[in-house]
Ligand binder design. Structure first.
Ligand code: APR
Ligand code: ZN
Ligand code: ZN
Length: 361
């Protein structure tokens, strides 16, 4: 039986988002119906609204979510009704060339629900990142549900579903930060701060936070930055070199997605170091680097998709570390809001007033 819920819908490029009635089908084979308890407001939701991702309006926004499985369709064995889950946008297929080579964190053919959620008049909705969780209930592929310890607060748990996992994973999974490393993180929003937290968890000895906003640098210290550089008032590359005995950092994470900050990351890295790009650029951006330096500096220039995470491996582990008091994920929740406050949350996000606003149901 199809159910009717309230959801946040983006109907056209740049238009303010609205609450609308959403019809959610009963889960079919391989699908799960999830009662959403919390969903964070992410930049990607704003990109959908602004037309930066595609033109498949109307979109059902929201994708950083946690909730309880309410029903499952046929052939679903990994989750069951009553399970507390974090939703992910990497439901690995097990069949693609990445999966077959034992690298499921790159899966090139991730699963989403087959059936469509619709508006009341039957118009199909495009769920953000195949999730659509600014809704009381949402329909996803069962593989998009990762069961975790229900003792974690839903608002905190949901953030692991996207931005916080991207940042932690950029440092640990992609950058391979390990004990004793020097790390610099350029851009200290939610993603950059999560990279800082990941670097601290992995045992980095020096963690340099770089931003143009002093308020962000203060927050970065709370996540584990040992040093800060305001790159509006001083040179980021020289500052990072000074703090690393003149050499540069072992791992530099770029968490903005801009050519000029990518270049800073490139030049602020020690020989044979790693640059990790986790910030998402726009199609107009170009990068210009001396090829001889690319060769001569060695190491690796990597991009991090979703923190190269494997949800089934990483989500339960990070939740357990949080519950053990070793990962203060709750600090990413700047405020909790209602479903009707998403448009206002976009404005706060654009002004840099919050790390994450989280809708609570
Ligand atoms: N130099 C240094 N810091 C900068 C610069 C710059 N030129 N421009 C912006 N920043 C800082 C901002 O002050 C802010 O603190 O970068 C940070 C970006 O943070 P948010 O806007 O909150 O973005 P966040 O959610 O952390 O995402 C960062 O990762 O997943 C992607 O799409 C996401 O591209 C985005 C990036
Ligand atoms: Zn795959
Ligand atoms: Zn996101």
């Amino acid at each position: 039986m199809t159910i009717s819920v309230q959801g946040v819908v983006s109907r056209g490029k740049g238009e303010p988002v609205q609450i609308a009635e959403v019809l959610v089908p009963e889960p079919g084979p391989g699908e799960a119906l999830v009662r959403v308890q919390a969903c964070g407001v992410c930049h990607t939701d704003l990109h959908y609204k602004m037309g930066g991702i595609g033109d498949d309006y109307p979109y059902l926004l929201g994708h950083e979510a946690a909730g309880v499985v309410e029903a499952v369709g046929d052939n679903v064995t990994d989750v069951a009704p009553g399970d507390f889950v974090i939703l992910n946008w990497r439901a690995v297929c097990g069949q693609c060339r990445a999966c077959k080579r034992g690298r499921p964190w790159y899966c090139f053919a991730t699963h989403n629900a087959t059936q469509k959620m619709t508006l009341a008049d039957g118009t199909p909705l495009s769920p953000a990142l195949g999730i659509g969780a600014f809704a009381e209930k949402t329909l996803v592929a069962a593989g998009q549900c990762t069961k975790v310890n229900p003792a974690i607060a839903p608002a905190t748990a949901g953030l692991l579903g996207c931005g916080v996992m991207a940042g932690i994973g950029a440092a640990i999974n992609t950058g391979g930060v390990t004990r004793g490393d020097t790390v610099a993180v350029i851009g200290c929003g939610g993603v950059g701060d999560a990279a800082i937290l990941g670097a601290r968890l992995a045992g980095a000895k020096t963690i340099i936070a770089v931003d143009i906003d002093d308020r962000k640098l203060e927050w970065a210290k709370e996540f584990g930055a040992t040093h800060t550089i305001n790159s509006r008032s001083s040179d980021a590359v020289a500052g990072i070199r000074d703090l690393t005995d003149g050499f540069g950092a072992d791992v530099v994470v770029e968490a903005i997605g801009r050519p000029e900050t990518y270049k800073q990351a490139f030049f602020a890295r020690d020989l044979a170091g790693v640059v990790v790009l986790v910030g998402v650029p726009t199609p107009d951006m170009q990068l210009d680097l001396p090829l001889l330096e690319v060769f001569g500096r060695g190491g690796a220039l990597k991009s991090s998709w979703y923190g190269d995470c494997l949800p089934s491996r990483d989500f339960p582990m990070l939740v357990d570390l949080h519950l053990d008091g070793r990962l203060p994920l709750e600090k990413f929740v700047s405020e909790t809001i209602g479903l009707g406050d998403v448009e206002a949350a976009f404005t706060k996000m654009e002004h840099g007033d919050v790390l994450r606003s989280v809708v609570i149901f």
